[in-house]
Every structure is written in structure tokens, then in C-alpha cells.
Design a protein around this ligand. Structure first.
Ligand code: ZN
Length: 416
């Protein structure tokens, strides 16, 4: 599937430090992407189910992993980035049915809107952008291998994966069995389905139902489950033991645990990913932003209201990616003012010395993507530069603005 256009990223005069991130599976901040020379750092970020427009929770996740992509590149690494589009799944089919539109047309329309949102926010596109429908042969091949390993069983017309087949099951989330049993039904699981060997076993192939799309397979017509889709796409494009599996904290369990379990049964002894990295949730009006609550702030709606996408991006950057926070209109208005102020400083040309700011911004981002610290460093430069404009000191740097503009573009994705 086509991704979106890549923005031009300026090269920086210095190389950034090695990147460290909080890894959910190790419950610690660890160096990520320190691969052998010539081996790219590889990133898989779970993509959208295209049944509705991109809201600020989505934008927060994709901007966070865009900071990682940029930090790796600025540290001199080659990056291989893959992302999926769940372009056939229950919520998409339900929505298509409700609004009386063909599910394929709905998926195409919303995926296109997502591409436009990502371009506006200057998110670097994945190298491999893959839909669930186009990856069905990969899914079937993976289920076949799991079946050969004795990890698949049938319940009526559906196929399930036996979590007991993966010895490492649970090592991604470290949730207790009680926690898993509580969360599983809240996030798409079906623990009470009669005929399952373990309530936590995951659906990998849903047999054909009347009125639903289906594809041929050795087990009869049907469609893929969600976890097997990501496992198959990530293994295909990034290989076993890739660098970072990323997504929102609501994917820690069951989604990322199940993806890992599927892959680890066919690649014994190799973890699905070396690290698992998760973003916080964005709330609005007192609750987590979600379709079911109806409290969504859409990127496209703000763009249509002629809000500068760089101000939207700045609001996200002002929150650490792992924190849960609440979107407010005041945050956006404040970011619009800040962007205006920063532009004023950047057009001056001459300004406060840039080199210490470059070092501070790159260090902040390499240390668990501390974008708020990076933004504060740029703000200090803007304050110093605007403060001395009337009586420009001898020590000011005549190419400072050019260097800061390149820095915030390359490292923070802000083109001002
Ligand atoms: Zn996924």
C-alpha cells in the first residue's frame, strides 16, 4: 500500500547520542538500536483501523515514534520502519454497515485522510506501509507454521492460537493472569467462548459469516484476526527480533503480547522484538479520547479550521510521550502563540549561540524522547535571541537562526 510523501529533513552538523527508551518488557530505560554496523534499526508501529478520522490520541502515538525515527537518524543509524493498516476488521465493517457505505470505500477514504494528516504533521512515512487485506497470504503462511507447531485449534468455523505454546507468553506485559483475564474482554478478547482451551487463547482466523468479506484458506473461507496480522507483517518486513515494537499503552495487552507469542512459536528462542515501547493516552473532557465516548478531537477538523499543523505538533511535543494528559483548547492557543514567537526569532538571522542548543535538544531526545526538555531548550534560545535583538551582543552567532531552524526541523519535525 502507498504510504505518504516524505518531508525533506535537513542534515545536522553533529551526530546525536545513542538512543535510550523505556522498554515495557524490561521495565527499564535501555539503549535501543545499537545494532552492528550496517544493520538498520527496525521499527514496527501498529497502524490505524481506518473507520474514522485521525484523532489526537493517534497523532500523539505517530508523532512520538516519529521522534524516535528522527533521533535514530540523527544518531547516524539507518532506519527500517513498517506500519500496518487494519483495513478489514469488526469496527470497520460495523461502521460501514451503519453509514451504508462499502467497507473498502470507507477504508480507502479514511486511510487517505490519515495520510494527509501525517503529511501535515510532518511525520516521516514508513518504508513499508501494509494493509491487512494485501497481507492475507502472509497471515495464512504464518498460521500454517503455527499449525505445524501444534499451536492452532478449531472452535466451530474459527481458528484459535493456544497461548500455552509460547513459553515466553506474559514476558512483554508482565501482567498477572488475573490482570490478563480482566483486560482481555475489554480489548476485543472473548474469554467466555465455549470450546476454547484457555480463556486467553487468541482468534487468528475468523470463519466466514453471512454478509462479511472472506478469503480462501486451507481451513475454509474467512478473514484474519488482528494480532496475527501485525505479527505476520512485522516478521515479513523487519524479520525476527527487530528493534522496537511500538504503540499506545492500550496495546500492551493483549495485542503486543499476542503478536509476540505468535512470532515466538515459529522463531523459538528469538524475542519478537528487542524492546516494546508504549505511549500514554490523550484525554479530552475528563476521559481517554475514544470513539465509544465520542470525545474526539480530529486532526483534520483542526486543519480545516486553518489551525497551523505545526502548532498541533508543538502541543504534542510539550508532553512526554509516556505521560497520560488531557487535550484542551488553551494548550492549542498557547502553541499557536509560541509558533508565532519562534518564527519571529528565526527570521532575525543572528541570534544567541546555537551549538549548546543543538547539543541539549539531541541529548534530550536521545534520553527516552524527552521532547518537553528539548522544547524548553529551544524556548530559552528564542527568549535570549529576542531579548538581545535591540543591542546584539558581540558574542551572538550570525548563522544561529539557520542552525536552530534546521535543528527543530530535523529533530522535532517542526518546520517554521
Ligand atoms: Zn499491531
Amino acid at each position: 500500500m502507498r504510504a505518504w510523501s516524505a518531508p525533506e529533513v535537513p542534515a545536522l552538523p553533529v551526530t546525536g547520542p545513542a538512543v535510550r527508551l523505556f522498554d515495557t518488557s524490561r521495565n527499564d530505560v535501555v539503549e535501543v538500536g545499537a545494532a552492528a554496523a550496517g544493520v538498520p534499526a527496525s521499527l514496527y508501529v501498529c497502524g490505524i483501523t481506518p473507520y474514522d478520522a485521525t484523532h489526537m490520541g493517534h497523532a500523539n502515538t505517530y508523532v512520538a515514534f516519529d521522534l524516535l525515527n528522527r533521533a535514530w537518524r540523527n544518531a547516524g543509524l539507518i532506519v527500517n520502519y513498517a506500519q500496518n493498516v487494519t483495513d478489514v476488521d469488526d469496527p470497520l465493517l460495523e461502521r460501514a454497515d451503519k453509514v451504508k457505505i462499502d467497507w473498502r470505500a470507507l477504508a480507502e477514504r479514511e486511510t487517505e485522510l490519515f495520510r494527509q494528516d501525517m503529511e501535515a504533521l510532518r511525520v516521516l512515512p514508513p518504508d513499508n506501509y501494509t494493509g491487512a487485506v494485501e497481507s492475507i497470504p502472509l497471515v495464512i503462511a504464518l498460521i500454517q507454521r503455527l499449525d505445524d507447531a501444534g499451536a492452532i485449534y478449531r472452535v466451530d468455523e474459527d481458528l484459535y492460537f493456544s497461548v500455552a505454546a509460547d513459553e515466553a507468553f506474559g514476558e512483554e506485559s508482565h501482567f498477572s493472569r488475573e490482570q490478563m483475564l480482566e483486560i482481555f474482554p475489554q480489548r476485543g478478547g472473548d474469554p467466555d467462548r465455549a470450546g476454547k482451551k484457555d480463556p486467553l487463547d487468541a482468534l487468528v482466523w475468523r470463519g466466514e459469516r453471512p454478509g462479511e468479506p472472506s478469503w480462501d484458506s486451507p481451513w475454509g473461507k474467512g478473514r484474519p484476526g488482528w494480532h496475527i496480522e501485525c505479527a505476520a507483517i512485522a516478521r515479513e518486513h523487519l524479520g525476527a527480533g527487530f528493534t522496537v515494537q511500538g504503540g499506545g499503552s492500550d496495546l500492551i495487552f493483549p495485542h503486543h503480547e499476542m503478536c509476540a507469542a505468535h512470532a515466538q512459536v515459529v522463531d523459538p528462542g528469538v524475542p519478537f522484538a528487542q524492546s516494546y515501547v508504549h505511549c500514554g493516552m490523550v484525554g479530552y473532557l475528563g476521559e481517554k479520547m475514544s470513539k465509544s465516548k465520542g470525545n474526539l478531537v480530529f486532526v483534520s477538523a483542526l486543519r480545516n479550521a486553518e489551525i497551523d499543523p505545526m502548532a498541533i505538533r508543538l502541543v504534542l511535543l510539550r508532553h512526554h510521550y509516556r505521560s497520560d494528559w488531557e487535550w484542551t483548547d488553551d494548550l492549542l492557543f498557547d502553541a499557536v502563540d509560541t509558533v508565532t514567537q519562534w518564527r519571529k526569532a528565526l527570521v532575525l538571522g543572528r541570534g544567541a549561540p546555537a551549538a549548546p542548543v543543538v547539543e541539549e535538544v539531541l541529548s534530550a531526545l536521545a534520553e527516552d524522547l524527552d521532547a518537553p526538555r528539548a522544547v524548553a531548550a529551544v524556548q530559552s534560545w528564542v527568549d535570549a535571541t529576542l531579548g538581545v535583538v535591540g543591542h546584539m551582543a558581540e558574542t551572538s552567532d550570525e548563522r544561529a537562526a539557520e542552525q536552530i531552524a534546521a535543528l527543530i526541523d530535523a529533530a522535532l519535525g517542526l518546520k517554521l
